[in-house]
Write a protein that binds this ligand. Structure first.
Ligand SMILES: *Cc1c(COP(=O)(O)O)cnc(C)c1O
Length: 382
């Protein structure tokens, strides 16, 4: 029998998102009072507390942790371990080269048409595998309008940027008023078409997705929500209600799942997750190979693990439930699809594929390529 979690016990204000934030666990002692920590976890938490990447676990997310199971997939995401002080060859502090690609304060651009606005350094929960652990949770909180003014000016001066991702930190941890003011400022840039809110709040603080928030953001469409579920156990009644509220208000909700060792690195767990998301009208968008962030190698899988998981899912899972498997190339050179190829061979005009069940089949191009070359030659000489 598991012991009862003191903080998971019903509290009158449990559904109040501000109460959740105020009562998040942030220290080794608080974690130790609630979960049976291993020596490695306690030491990891101590180091995180003393100037490492900070700790935060909301009572909601804590309630999903099995207190006596050191391998609990929820716990592995948020309870620090001693391994966080290990550094492997190839580990980077800023794996996506975001500092080098900062085009204005708090604005990162790695593609001609898209930009990433880091609007806050605060999250409801600090994921131990965070790609931005270099800057997240340092205490600055939401960036002020004055701090974000140069980024907005850059967007006005660069109309090629039509898709702005508001991330952080987690923008949904801000007050509704501040968030709406920010989204409106981005919306007022006439060249911006799509705005995406990147947030883990539907998972870690679903109480935040109130009717009031949804109603305040709704006039700012087209607004997409990019969320981050990693495990089927995270699809709680509260989280599913948050997703439904967003979908009902016309927000396309996309999920970016990070492939994590000991959390979700098997086809059965991911099948359950992806099917559960689709049931709530959340589209599994990316399965992300973990970035080589310093201090996270214990949560990282070799690339071949993701490749074989995708192979197991291809052809077995509905297309709307199957994400793309993506590697965000270290150094900030952009995202690329990873995984095995189903092309067996290529001859001029004929491509041979192997189906997921192992049948080889040819695809024949419409025009004989020699004829095409002749046509090109004829056009050029006329
Ligand atoms: C991931 C990312 C994007 C968005 O990429 P999509 O493939 O369009 O989802 C844009 N800018 C930066 C800096 C990113 O890291």
């Amino acid at each position: 029998m598991s012991e009862v979690l003191p903080l998971a016990a019903p509290h009158a204000d449990f559904d109040d998102w501000r109460w959740q934030l105020r009562h998040a666990l942030t220290s080794a002692a608080q974690l130790a009072a609630t979960l049976r920590l291993s020596a490695d976890e306690f030491e990891g938490a101590k180091r995180a507390e003393q100037g490492g990447f900070p700790i935060a676990v909301t009572p909601h997310y804590l309630s999903l942790i099995a207190p006596d199971d050191p391998n609990c997939p929820i716990r592995r995401q948020v309870v620090p371990r001693l391994e966080e002080s290990h550094t492997l060859a190839g580990d980077l502090v800023d794996p996506l080269g975001e500092v080098a690609h900062e085009v204005a304060p708090h604005l990162v651009q790695r593609y001609p048409d898209r930009a990433l606005l880091l609007a806050s350094d605060r999250c409801s929960v600090y994921c131990r595998f965070c790609t931005r652990s270099r800057m997240v949770g340092q205490g600055g909180g939401a960036r002020s309008p004055a701090q974000l003014a140069p980024a907005l000016q850059y967007l006005r001066e660069h109309p090629a940027v039509t898709d702005v991702i508001i991330s952080g930190g987690d923008p949904l941890v801000m007050s509704t008023e501040r968030l709406v003011r920010l989204v409106r400022a981005v919306r007022d840039v006439s060249s911006v078409e799509t705005i995406r809110l990147a947030t883990r709040v539907p998972v870690t603080l679903p109480q935040r997705v109130t009717d009031e928030l949804v109603a305040a953001l709704r006039p700012l469409h087209p607004l997409w929500v990019m969320t981050h579920f990693n495990h089927p156990r995270e699809l709680t009644e509260a989280s599913r209600a948050a997703c439904r509220r967003l979908a009902d208000a016309g927000f396309p909700v996309m999920n970016q799942c990070v492939l994590l060792r000991g959390v979700n690195d098997d086809p059965a767990t991911l099948t359950q997750l992806f099917k559960g998301l689709v049931r709530e009208r959340v589209r599994p968008y990316y399965l992300l190979q973990m970035d080589p962030v310093r201090g996270t190698s214990h949560l990282r899988t070799p690339l071949a693990v993701g490749e074989s998981i995708m192979e197991a899912l291809q052809g077995r899972l509905s297309g709307i439930a199957l994400p793309k498997f993506i590697v965000d190339t270290p150094g900030g050179f952009g995202k690329v699809p990873a995984g095995r190829s189903y092309v067996v061979s290529r001859k001029p005009g004929v491509t041979r594929f192997v189906s997921p069940r192992g049948v080889e089949v040819d695809y024949v191009d419409p025009v004989d390529p020699r004829d095409e070359t002749d046509t090109v030659r004829r056009v050029e000489s006329s």
